[in-house]
Design a protein around this ligand. Structure first.
Ligand code: GDP
Length: 323
């Protein structure tokens, strides 16, 4: 399928900025970026209950919440997420929580006839050996990366549910597949977070405590692509207003770098000058997963935040909140 066919149309279907929009996962990395953007864009009725107010794994509570608040549109950015070690060691949590969150929100949205809905997946849904850069058509064409298979299967189930609703009920629900994300508000947990916040935390501690060396995980040779959450938020709004097809849409930069290069960049932003060692007993994960972004580029979106600028901004945020 050509990009022109896949994009379906560039028809602009504006979102009603005064209607209630449910940002599920509002306090997470993506949800908080969406909240900032939508507020700036003039949305006046955003809904974003925190997880203590509404546990999305609680099906009756989700249905009650939808009945009470009647959202007009939903962005499903809520998920249990984590880095390679969290995914590898706690796969049950990743498949179970994500399936429950998705099924509850999507079923409740269907029951209430929510017309505009965007489901967020992840680039890890694609086969481990997919041709690079990865096109959307690679979905379900081969085995997954084992370290995050449980999370990926949950996300693939979400895509299939969106496609099923489109086919059976004719609603224009859509899916976006972001690459590895980062930005202010990320999770900086030493064991469970993704690589970029982990490196910020590690180098910050090493600099402030004047440690002579740090040890990163794996070989440093895998390649990854990183997108700032604010760039993703802009893509989400654009897709909701311009895209209507059952194919997921990749959202990334289309450019990757080695973990070693990333580590050097973070060290330089943080001002750490000690030694950097690598621990090969830790998992590398997939060797490469860079996205083909031609579909969303054809709709007029491009990433705007340079990686080194985004890391500097994220580090400033981390420093301002670090204990
Ligand atoms: P992935 O993209 O699903 O593999 O998730 P991550 O962001 O957790 O890891 C990306 C890569 O960074 C893997 O090759 C890790 O081995 C490597 N890495 C190096 N140091 C760290 C670290 O401190 N934390 C994490 N999460 N990954 C690290």
């Amino acid at each position: 399928m050509s990009v022109a066919q896949a994009v379906q149309s560039d028809r602009y279907r504006p979102m009603d900025r005064s209607a209630p929009v449910f940002v599920a996962g509002r306090n997470g990395l993506v949800g908080s970026a969406l909240w900032r953007l939508l507020t700036t864009e003039g949305f006046t009725a955003l809904l974003g209950p925190g997880s203590t107010e509404l546990d999305l794994r609680n099906r009756p509570a989700v249905f009650e919440w939808f009945a009470k608040h009647q959202p007009h549109a939903v962005i499903l950015a809520a998920a249990r997420v984590g880095g390679i070690k969290a995914n590898d060691t706690r796969p049950t949590d990743f498949i179970s929580d994500n399936l429950q969150i998705q099924v509850n929100v999507l079923d409740a949205a269907l029951r209430h006839g929510v017309e505009r809905l965007l489901f967020l997946g992840s680039s890890c849904i694609y086969p481990k050996r997919a041709a690079q850069p990865i096109r959307e058509e690679a979905l379900l064409t081969g085995p997954l990366e084992p370290t995050n298979e449980a999370y990926a299967i949950a996300k693939i189930a979400g895509i299939t549910q969106i496609r099923s609703v489109r086919r059976q009920h004719g609603l224009p629900w859509i899916c976006a597949m972001p690459t590895n994300l980062y930005g202010p508000g990320d999770n900086f947990h030493p064991e469970h977070s993704h690589v970029l916040p982990s490196l910020i935390r590690r180098f910050h501690r090493a600099r402030t405590e004047q440690l002579p060396k740090v040890v990163n995980w794996g070989s440093g040779t895998p390649r990854r692509e990183f997108l700032h959450a604010d760039d993703l938020a802009r893509a989400c709004l654009l897709l909701l207003e311009r895209y209507d097809s059952d194919s997921p849409v990749n959202v990334g930069t289309g450019e990757d770098l080695t973990i070693r290069e990333l580590s050097d960049t973070v060290a330089s932003v943080v001002g750490y000058e000690g030694a950097i060692e690598w621990d090969p007993s830790q998992p590398d994960g997939t060797y490469r997963k860079v996205l083909d972004i031609s579909k969303i580029a054809a709709l007029g979106w491009a990433p705007a935040i340079k990686l080194s600028d985004g890391i500097a901004e994220t580090y400033a945020w981390y420093e301002s909140t670090a204990p």
